[in-house]
Design a binder for this molecule. Structure first.
Ligand SMILES: Cc1cc2nc3c(=O)[nH]c(=O)nc-3n(C[C@H](O)[C@H](O)[C@H](O)COP(=O)(O)OP(=O)(O)OC[C@H]3O[C@@H](n4cnc5c(N)ncnc54)[C@H](O)[C@@H]3O)c2cc1C
Ligand code: FES
Ligand code: FES
Length: 499
């Protein structure tokens, strides 16, 4: 595999498929500025900036190197903390951290600096201000145990001054000078992966990889799978990386459906949905952290089949169809309601994968909301998640979906509760209470470290009540919850329900 590490072109051919970028930097290159805190994508100490050319543009985004296979970064520009001050002065993110006293013990600092640097580099081109929301978003996957977040946020905000002075961003400056964009384009065009890490870029190459390596494991962003390596010490053999297959990366509005490719990342879907589907956007911005959202895919979330994953309830609410692709190229369609068969069990055969999801446009146009309850606002898994959709005609509910995560061994619909509301007028309060009583009889959640069964059930019932109030035009106050966001009480961020 070939890639650029800081300012060096590297050609590596001996790495195990699951050898992480963090281990590579620290153990093989002696670049120990990148830290290991948790090895599970939770703390951000291992954050790297990675540049890639997409659509002719060189853009940089952050990721967690502790759960990213090094070989996933073939053809990319990997920027570690050591690179930032190479041009003889500090990067604006570093300078701002110094001036705002944003570091004490310093363990988390390289990760924070790279997260802020990523924000700085991208905003410089996007002609948008670096505001509080953007800073909090950029550092949503970084933990600091001693400085406290206020000085770090101050540092992020003070990068504005440098930005306004129109200085050329550091990485961009260096990139132009060294012709890095053209080099990356060539590396990306030549990249097919290695014998233990295949990186097909189209369906034909994917089919070839699948038939040549039938025992290989599929990997997309690796944000679920790689934890089996770092937390459970599972050694993987050959990986087929589906994250670059162009046919799996589309977001397309057709005549009757919105089609989303399985390898679309959360960050990509966020950009698409921001204005078109703000409620979907609000949910996406509550999933994990910026680093994870830059890598994690929709297909990986659904295929992983966790009962607390956030997208399956959303797909259930819209009755989405899943397009499955067999190794021999044939396809079949399974509705999301039939996809999950038990705890972590799906309809996927050994020789099948998810190609895309189809969401009906008419259902997307109906009233829908998503409520995620978790202990922390950032980077936390749901204790309970509710996705609702109400279809109404002439003041009567004609179709209702109440889809939950965290309430059973699989993502599940509250079908008795749905039936109690269906055919009733929008504001029929008795029907609401019947629906809530039905929910209590049909859902039997479990207790675990995230929440007790009783809490989950109470919360599920309250969320249905909340959705019903919102359907009837009541503004329900929601803690939008960014602990550092001045506008912390908001009514419009319904996905930000806090436990
Ligand atoms: C710190 C952290 C926070 C997280 N927070 C959240 C959260 O808030 N909400 C949430 O829902 N999840 C969360 N996750 C879980 C994870 O990020 C998501 O489930 C993500 O969408 C997984 O996608 P991926 O591309 O990384 O999948 P991978 O890890 O690459 O793959 C997961 C599984 O899916 C299979 N797979 C991948 N693509 C396909 C395909 N196209 N067809 C068939 N099988 C496929 C793989 O073989 C593997 O078994 C979090 C994870 C971490 C580490
Ligand atoms: S070491 Fe904690 S996120 Fe990677
Ligand atoms: S400065 Fe010590 S962990 Fe952040």
């Amino acid at each position: 595999m070939k890639f650029i590490l800081n300012d060096e072109l590297i050609d590596e051919s001996t790495l195990p498929s699951d050898f992480t970028a963090l281990r590579y930097l620290r153990e093989k290159r002696g670049l120990t500025g990148t830290k290991e805190g948790c090895a599970s994508g939770d703390c951000g100490a291992c954050t790297l900036l990675v540049g890639a050319v997409e659509g002719g543009e060189l853009t940089y985004s952050t990721l967690n190197s502790c759960i990213t296979p090094m070989q996933a970064l073939a053809g990319k520009h990997v920027v570690s903390i050591e690179y930032l001050s190479k041009v003889g002065e500090l990067h604006p993110a570093q300078q701002a951290m110094v001036e705002s006293h944003g570091s004490q013990c310093g363990f988390c600092t390289p990760g924070f600096v790279l997260s802020l640097a990523g924000l700085y580099e991208n905003k410089q081109n996007a002609d948008q201000p670096i505001d509080r929301e953007a800073v909090c978003d950029a550092i949503s996957g970084n933990l600091c145990r001693c400085t406290g977040y206020r000085p770090i946020i101050d540092a992020g905000l003070s990068m504005i001054k440098v930005q306004e002075s129109k200085e050329t961003p550091f990485i961009e400056l260096m990139s132009k000078n060294s012709g890095i964009k053209v080099l990356l384009e060539n590396l990306q065009a030549d990249n097919r992966g290695s014998s233990n890490y295949l990186q097909p870029t189209d369906l034909e190459q994917l089919a070839h990889a699948l038939t040549s390596y039938p025992e290989a494991e599929l990997i997309a962003g690796g944000t679920d799978l790689m934890l089996e390596n770092t937390q459970r010490y599972r050694d993987f053999g050959t990986f087929i990386d589906v994250s670059c297959v162009s046919e799996l990366k589309h977001i397309h509005i057709g005549e009757s459906t919105l089609s989303v490719g399985a390898s679309v990342t959360y960050s990509e879907l966020e950009s698409f949905s921001k204005t078109l589907y703000p409620h979907i956007f609000a949910l996406l911005s509550r999933i994990a952290s910026r680093q994870i959202r830059n890598r994690g895919t929709i297909g990986g979330n659904v295929a992983n089949a966790s009962p607390i994953a956030d997208l399956p309830p959303l797909l259930l609410a819209f009755d989405a169809d899943i397009q499955l692709l067999k190794n021999d190229g044939s396809t079949r369609v399974v509705n999301i309601a039939d996809f999950y068969q038990g705890y972590k069990q799906t309809q996927l055969a050994d020789d099948e994968m998810i190609a895309s999801f189809d969401l009906p446009l008419d259902k997307l146009a109906q009233f829908h909301r998503f409520y995620k309850v978790s202990k922390r606002m950032e980077d936390d898994i749901s204790s309970v998640m509710l996705a609702v959709r109400f279809e109404e005609k002439d003041g009567v509910l004609t179709d209702v979906r109440l889809a939950f995560g965290g309430m059973a061994a699989t993502p599940i619909r509250g079908m008795k509760a749905e039936a109690a509301l269906q055919g009733k007028t929008l504001n029929d309060e008795q029907a609401l209470h019947q629906a809530i009583a039905a929910l209590r009889s049909e859902l039997t959640p479990m207790s675990d470290m995230r929440a007790s069964a009783e809490y989950r059930l109470d919360m599920a019932c309250n969320l249905v009540h909340k959705a019903w109030l919102e359907l009837n035009g009541t503004n329900v106050m929601t803690f939008s919850g960014h602990p550092f966001n001045d506008a912390s009480l908001s009514t419009d961020m319904e996905a930000s329900t806090h436990a």
